[in-house]
Design a protein around this ligand. Structure first.
Ligand code: DX5
Ligand code: ZN
Length: 224
């Protein structure tokens, strides 16, 4: 199985968001990554279910929604109804993680857990049998275009090792500062899904995506 690439539309041009989604889909995006921020969990406001609903008919590519909100459980139903495929929630949010994961699953959506750069892998381990995705942040969430945090790479390796050792059906996703120079690092460390915002949008979407996939797949072949 190859590496999946998930363009983050937070870096798209919002005055032509639909065209940018269509462009990413035509370029072979495996997922469309949607960053949802509430202005409390992170100091930024982005998009909600109404935006997702308006772009959903444009493509069959699965939508991967990343909830950077204080209370993820109150938005599950709304996102499920507009057709997201994945909902990832932070362990650092203010909620009963087990309950939220179950509610996402019950809504017919693939649940995932997210770890901020400094949050240890241990916080996710008790839940890994119940989720389909583990998203490791390589920037402090809130904004696209930040620098990749190299100090998170050992956690990606540890997550890969744990998933493999336990035989878990969890895809390992990495998000933040992923570009041509850093994609090989996370691919070699064991990531299955690479999120990239400013590495793909807003211009030369197809060429950027192709190059990112090329360097990531090459590096993945060198995994230990
Ligand atoms: C950060 C978001 C990321 C971001 C990625 O809070 O979760 O998905 O859009 O953007 P880049 O790839 O530019 O770091
Ligand atoms: Zn994200």
């Amino acid at each position: 199985m190859g590496i999946k690439i998930a363009p983050s539309i937070l870096s798209a041009r919002f005055d032509r968001l639909g065209d940018q989604v269509t462009e990413a889909a035509a370029a072979g995006a495996d997922l469309i990554h949607i960053d949802v921020m509430d202005g409390h969990f992170v100091p930024n406001l982005t998009m909600g279910p109404a935006i997702v609903e308006s772009i959903r008919p444009l493509t069959k590519v699965p939508f991967d929604a990343h909830l950077m909100v204080i209370q993820p459980e109150i938005f599950i139903q709304d996102f499920a109804e507009v057709g997201v495929d994945d909902l990832t929630v932070h362990v650092e949010s203010d909620h009963d993680v087990r309950k939220t994961i179950r509610a996402i699953r019950d809504a017919g959506v693939r649940p995932g857990l997210v770890l901020n750069p400094t949050t240890p892998l241990d916080r996710a381990i008790p839940h890994l049998a119940d989720v389909d995705l583990l998203l490791v942040m390589t920037v402090q969430p809130g904004f696209s275009g930040q620098a990749f945090r190299y100090d998170v790479v050992p956690k990606i390796r540890a997550a890969r090792a744990h998933i493999d050792k336990e035989g878990l059906a969890v895809e390992l996703e990495v998000d933040g500062g992923i570009k041509i120079d850093t994609a090989p690092i996370v691919a070699e460390a064991g990531a299955d899904i690479l999120v990239s915002g400013s590495g793909i949008f807003p211009d030369h979407v197809a060429a950027n995506l192709k190059k990112l996939r090329e360097v990531a797949e090459k590096a993945a072949r060198h995994r230990p």
